[in-house]
Design a protein around this ligand. Sequence first.
Ligand code: HDE
Length: 697
Amino acid sequence: MSEDKIRRLDADRRHGEQGALTTQQGVQVDHTDDSLSAGARGPTLLEDFHAREKITHFDHERIPERVVHARGAGAYGFFQPYDSWLSEYTAAEFLRDPELATPVFVRFSTVAGSRGSADTVRDVRGFATKFYTRQGNYDLVGNNMPVFFIQDGIKFPDFVHAVKPEPDNEIPQAQSAHDTFWDFVGLQPETLHMVMWLMSDRALPRSYRMMQGFGVHTFRLVDGHGNGTFVKFHWKPRLGVHSLLWDECQKIAGKDPDFNRRDLWDAIESGAYPEWELGVQLIAEEDEHAFDFDLLDPTKVVPEEQVPVEPVGRLVLNRNPDNFFAETEQIAFHTANIVPGIDFTNDPLLQARNFSYLDTQLIRLGGPNFAQLPVNRPVAEVHNNQRDGYGQNLVHTGKHAYFPNASGCPAIGGAFPEVFAHYQEKVSGKKVRQRSASFTDHVGQAALFWNSMSEIEQQHIVAAFCFELGKVTMPPIRERAVDRLLDIDRGLATRVAEGLGIQLADRPRREHGEVSSPALSQLNTTMDTVDTRRVAILAADGIDGLGTGKVLEALREAGVVAEILAPQEGLISAADGANLRADRAVNTMASVLYDGVVVPGGAGAVETLRADGYAVHFVLEAYKHAKPVGLCGAGRDILPDGVLDVAGLGRNGVFEEHGVVSSDATGELLEDAFLQRFLTVLKGHRVWDRPTAHIPA
Ligand code: HDE
């Protein structure tokens, strides 16, 4: 971040935080606990300017929440290219200069819910990045899914009204599992590809730090001579792409509705800075029509196997905001905030967005001067003749607020790429209200997505359809939606129809062949790391203190966030006198808030834990959710006899079966073997082949 920007932010931050209590006018007051009244039991006096000002300001604290993407969390960081190879394609300095770290603010969000809704709902996630470049602010306002529900922005109000809570009773909050959403889907088949993504694990991210991001539209890069190249933007997370299970999501929505927000905040506070790689798919202008879909159609991906994603640079988030409202709430993204070297295409969804974002900020932020808010201010200098308006913070001097004027200020800039120049695309056509014929295949890529999923991902998709459509109250809506699936894949439609107990129409499916794109399966994104995974160690008095300490140390050394949970917080008296402290009481947490669990040895401790419903439920639930379970020595007795027979717990030595890692003696705990196996399972995120039907949910 530039020194100037830091200085300005610091000045803003200091405002109102230091010194004695004053009114807005700077008058010091010595009492803010009682109103001014005529006698201690008398009426409050109108002349109490301090009380009136305080309450009036409070009355006006709220601004309209975003009409979509109201719920979000953000952070500052930087973007830096690896090298200068993109210079051949773009004049945008921040993408070309490897010496340049451009400051950014990124805001992640859910789409449908209100500002106070839970983080772990089934939904698309926003991934919006503001680059404070030296050539002006550039906003890449993307999502964690590479396609969208509709092709033309004119359908956006219809789509959003359908997915939002129903208007008569405002139910349900932050969910697509209701009649109006599925009514729209059934009648508007261009939604189908995106609906497949929404029913997939992508809609349930384990963390914002473990999501891919996509610019969605095809944009243009423009080189220093004005030549264009089509581009698709991709963000790939360093930690791989990982999801929660739907059952977990629903439980976390109660246990910790701020789960994703907290995760981002905690990671940054602890110095585990989230990272993504920016990649681009480049397509030459002359190849515009080389695909069996239209590049301008935002319901289509360009398969990575066809056009590889080439790495450009790295995004690191390393600073939490100081004030949620001032920064995360007031940040104003706009797809039309672009810089020299980047341009739009005629994607009709993008064209509508280029209108909508400025328009929405005017009502949300109360007037045309929101770009002066600290989080929105460019680091590039701003000079123009725009004046006045609500919330004007600048004191413009001089007489000239028009152009041309005698002083010639502000001067007109030089030539591209110093100034922005629109890509000189040739356009012609009759004025028509008509969808291009090249936009009509709504199911080919939905089938591609389905074909590219692993068996477990397909199972989750079927379960998601059954859940969502199971909440639909009007049978014709449900039936039409299932019938649409027939066009994608008969197997999918049959499984969903069976799950819902409805009869599938007897008509042929459309043929798409078995084409697949392995890059679409998130199981192919797993990275070789356990960084910031959360592991609970269940403990109680009588625990094997030394062994537990070693597990804790080894996990933390590997980058895991390991926490000791005990029936009470505070000191634990270990069997061997070692010093251990519980980080949290087990009943304030839940297995759904962790990625794995370890029960160390110590017969006394395990007896106490076994008598504690929370602890037993904790391990069983972690097992049910396919998480790594580590059981050492007496820790193997945590569960009722026979429950985990499948894990081969009777065996000697260090043993792993279906992600349950056990060692038969406490001494073994110290062995690398136990930890190595546990960490290997943790790297895989979940143990998808674990049989769990015998454990209650
Ligand atoms: Fe948005 N979208 N959108 N959208 N969108 C907004 O802008 C809109 C679309 C996306 O963290 C609003 O400031 C229209 C696609 C994100 O502040 C609004 C259309 C994609 C965010 C708006 C779309 C997005 C928004 C609401 C169809 C993925 C949150 C508040 C033409 C590529 C940004 C605001 C943040 C927010 C309009 C479609 C992503 C109303 C009209 C496609 C990440 O302007």
